[in-house]
Design a protein around this ligand. Structure first.
Ligand SMILES: *Cc1c(COP(=O)(O)O)cnc(C)c1O
Length: 386
């Protein structure tokens, strides 16, 4: 079947939830992906900031292949070695003490919020406008987007308050004796790559300490080196109580996790939370390989070096249509003075995959292994297209 006929299957059979780019991707190598018609693209999108090691990374692929031939799934009722070794490896790299394995970002946030509610015995959660925390009813209530929430108002849980991002006064005003948790992204991703003031997270930490509120950072997008440190909250010198992660964790396999301090984690006892698939041997083998490659290949150094270069090259583009260039590491946004969709199309036609978020922000979240020369290729195309 050709591309048009295959795409028609979606029109006829899928529940209609996504606006997709009209290409059928077939295989990838490093930062390049190729569609079924043989067209090659430079992948500046990495499956929404997921494919941190690019495509077909030999160590990731062989870890998955080896594990698949041993065990794929056994449930959380039995131990598996990859989940045990990975827990120690990851937790030891952070200021947290304990892990819970989930399968996605939304599921990690859902569990994090449950943990905060159980720990505090309180009932309200504060999150920010333009945030993104997921599509389950609790995480949707935390996601500060009226348009996503509106059709489901009837089933959204009570107790979620959305306040302006990067506005500490708005947050202080919302805090009250019922506040169980404050959940924020260290840098907002879907909201348009919004980098807060350097004090913002520190101030949140202070409020949380003073009022015995659980400080949750949602690092689903910013985690795993995306912003130049293993986790982005490190850039702001804070120690949250809970951190959630997903996207980059397994280099592309679906996985999520919650990390928590000993004190907060102790609120959960057997029966309070669970999952059938979470922490399975296949995804944990992948996650182990990802962290090993981070160490062996100094991935964070590459993110910092190439990320800085990328942002400085973007700032050199002298176009009336550019309103702002912002980001950290390889999480970069180019705000335009008009909607960005047409540029996503034009770049794709020129062989570059990007996306547009918040209507007018071109978002670049390439694999963390991208090189300066690949950035040069992209900048040249972007320059011509803008
Ligand atoms: C993508 C994202 C989520 C949701 O993750 P899913 O795996 O799609 O459920 C949550 N929080 C942030 C910050 C995200 O970027």
């Amino acid at each position: 079947m050709n591309t048009q006929d295959l795409i028609k299957i979606e029109d006829d059979y899928f529940i209609n939830t996504f606006t997709r780019q009209p290409v059928i991707l077939d295989h990838g190598e490093g930062v390049k992906v190729t569609d079924i018609d043989g067209n090659e693209y430079l992948d500046m999108f990495a499956g929404i900031a997921v494919n941190c090691l690019g495509h077909n990374h030999p160590k990731l692929v062989s870890a998955i292949q080896n594990q698949a031939s041993k065990l794929i799934h056994i449930s959380s009722i039995y131990y598996n070695e990859p989940a045990l070794t990975y827990a120690k490896k990851l937790v030891d790299k952070t200021s947290f003490d304990r892990i819970f394995y989930a399968n996605s970002g939304a599921e990690a946030n859902e569990g994090a919020i449950k943990l905060a509610i159980k720990y505090t015995g309180k009932s309200e959660v504060i999150s920010t406008i333009e945030s993104f925390h997921g599509r389950t009813s609790m995480t949707l209530a935390a996601t500060g987007h009226e348009d996503y929430q509106e059709p489901f108002k009837a089933i959204l849980p009570n107790g979620f308050i959305n306040v302006e991002y990067n506005n500490i006064d708005a947050l202080k005003e919302a805090v009250n004796e019922n506040t169980a948790a404050i959940i924020v992204e260290p840098i907002q991703g879907e909201g348009g790559v919004n980098v807060p003031d350097i004090e913002y997270l520190k101030e949140i930490e202070k409020i949380c300490h003073e009022k015995n509120i659980v400080f949750i950072v949602d690092e689903v997008q910013t985690g795993f080196g995306r912003c130049g440190t293993l986790f982005a909250h490190e850039l702001f010198d804070v120690k949250p109580d809970i951190m959630t992660m997903a996207k980059g964790i397994g280099g592309g396999v679906p996985m999520g996790a919650i990390l928590a301090t000993e004190k907060v984690a102790s609120a959960f006892v057997p029966g309070d939370h669970g999952t059938t698939f979470g922490g399975g041997p296949l995804v944990c083998a992948a996650a182990n390989a990802v962290l090993d490659v981070f160490d062996e290949d100094n991935i964070l150094d590459n993110v910092n070096e190439v990320g800085e270069y990328f942002i400085s090259e973007l700032k050199k583009l002298d176009k009336d249509i550019i309103a702002d260039v912002r980001g950290k590491g390889l999480m970069v946004g180019l705000e335009l003075t008009k909607p960005g969709a047409e540029y996503v199309d034009k770049l794709r036609q020129a062989g570059f995959l990007i996306n547009c978020t918040a209507g007018n922000v071109l978002r670049f979240v390439p694999p963390l292994i991208i090189t300066k020369s690949e950035i040069d290729e992209f900048i040249k195309a972007l320059d011509e297209i803008l």
